[in-house]
Design a binder for this molecule. Structure first.
Ligand code: ZN
Length: 467
């Protein structure tokens, strides 16, 4: 494994002194971003009880005070939740806008479980602790700070820059990103989106890779239900809803969806191979052969993190059956949760489930209408500056495209044909993921590195280069 330069030189002194960036050594821009971060953290936007509308309104008046023209600052209210959308205009745009996206809402945090107050920003031992420190008020504050700085500088833009800070990403019926795409497409009609979902990986103290999320699987669940006339359990019959459902579930367990690749997963497997030990690395390379090596596919069958990136998966997650200890079951039902590979029509997966489960008395219902989405292209316009800035800030660190097995708001943009890049330059320890958990935290150093990385990336993509 290579030895990597861990910190940009400017941070080394501060690292030695405190494990973080000392308050009096911050640049004015860093201090500004910190204050926005603190303000966002300390504004309650907990999904069910918080107030995203109050925050969106306050940020809107701040942007107007900064001189962003009135019509370019909008608060879009949906289901009582607030979504801020603001725009910096290019004089004569050459390309469709760049959209900087982050959600304002956070998952609930029970103070009883935390060692610090989750609704206050606490700096301790080189970390900022708070609910939203990592998911994702850090990126909301960074995009906001960089947006305001570009406005103050009156930077000459190649394309408009849109900032959208939205509500109800974590859960709830009023997802702001989806609402904007469906009801206000003119506000978010971007050519490129930067969102959460990517960031740097630290393993055993070393910076390993800067990930860029360019694809995610589609989430869809099905309810399977078998009904039966039932009867007395002292007189068992051949037809039995529980046994029939169990048989169907066994067939679903045994079914393997075909192996698939896209340019993101290929680049990901190649990236993982770079730091893997020999046997695993050669198996990862086996996946990339044409056709992929059967031995390699077999090898990863029991490694969920790789297997789930090779195919659509459907798994039983809930069952409910029978109504009395001494009665034959009249009803047996199960939930099957599928994660559909990008680019695969969800209807095809549903048909497969129907083919497997088809039998008298069986009903199959999709739990909702899920959206089709495909991977975003690894286009040079975005990937080249990401690689260059990464190499400049953290020499030797590779850029690794990734496909999430879960879902973010990026899905809605991808399904509308708008490419999204989950990218932040914020490094976190791979073995210490506290998103949604207790004592959520971000490394102080990582926050300021992300600020610089996203500022440089935003400029590379949206500001005119010097003539
Ligand atoms: Zn998030």
């Amino acid at each position: 494994m290579r030895t990597l330069l861990l910190f940009a030189p400017v941070f080394i002194l501060a690292q030695v002194l405190s494990g973080g960036v000392l308050a009096d050594e911050r640049t004015a821009h860093e201090q500004f971003a910190f204050e926005l971060f603190k303000e966002l953290i300390e504004s309650d936007t907990t999904h069910a009880t918080g107030d995203t509308l109050a925050v969106a309104n306050r940020l809107a008046s701040r942007l107007r005070d900064e001189g962003v023209p009135e019509p370019d600052v909008r608060v879009v209210v949906h289901g009582g939740k607030g979504n801020l959308v603001a725009r910096l205009r290019a004089e004569s745009p050459l390309e469709k806008p760049l959209l900087l996206l982050a959600h304002l809402d956070v998952v609930a945090a029970n103070p009883m479980d935390w060692s610090v107050d989750p609704k206050r920003l606490t700096e301790q031992g080189g970390y900022y602790y708070a609910r939203g420190a990592l998911d994702v008020k850090n990126e909301a504050a960074i995009h906001l700070a960089n947006f305001i700085r570009l406005h103050r500088e009156q930077a000459a833009l190649r394309r408009d820059i849109i900032l959208a800070l939205t509500a109800d990403e974590e859960s709830g019926p009023h997802n702001g990103a989806l609402h904007l795409i469906r009801e206000h497409p003119e506000l978010v009609d971007a050519g490129i989106v930067f969102n959460e979902g990517g960031g740097g990986l630290i393993k055993d103290g070393e910076y390993i890779a800067n990930t860029v999320q360019t694809a995610e699987k589609t989430y869809q669940s099905y309810r399977l239900e078998i009904t039966n006339r039932g009867g007395h359990s002292s007189l068992p019959r051949q037809d039995n809803a529980i046994y029939e459902l169990a048989g169907v579930l066994s067939r679903i367990e045994a079914h393997e969806f075909p192996v698939r690749f896209n340019e993101t997963t290929r680049a990901y497997f190649a990236g993982v191979a770079e730091s893997a030990e020999e046997e695993r690395a050669s198996m990862l390379r086996g996946l990339l052969e044409q056709p992929p090596s059967e031995a390699a596919i077999d090898y990863f069958r029991n490694e969920p993190a790789i297997n789930a990136r090779l195919r659509t998966t459907c798994v039983a997650t809930q069952v409910l059956a029978g109504h009395a200890e001494n009665a034959l079951p009249q009803r047996a039902s199960a939930t099957i949760n599928c994660r559909v590979f990008p680019g695969v029509p969800v209807a095809d997966v549903e048909q497969t489930i129907r083919d497997i489960a088809d039998m008298p008395g069986m009903t199959i219902t999709a739990k909702w209408d899920s959206l089709f989405s495909d991977a975003s292209p690894l286009q040079d316009e975005v990937m080249i500056p990401i690689r260059e800035i990464t190499e400049d800030m953290w020499p030797g660190v590779i850029v690794m495209p990734t496909m999430s097995t879960g879902a973010t708001d990026s899905t809605f943009f991808r399904s509308a044909g708008i490419p999204v890049y989950g990218v932040s330059g914020i490094f976190t320890d791979m073995d210490d993921n506290r998103r949604h958990g207790r004592d959520e935290r971000i490394r102080v150093t990582s926050f300021y590195e992300g600020l610089e990385f996203l500022d440089r990336l935003t400029r590379a993509v949206a500001v005119r280069s010097e003539p």
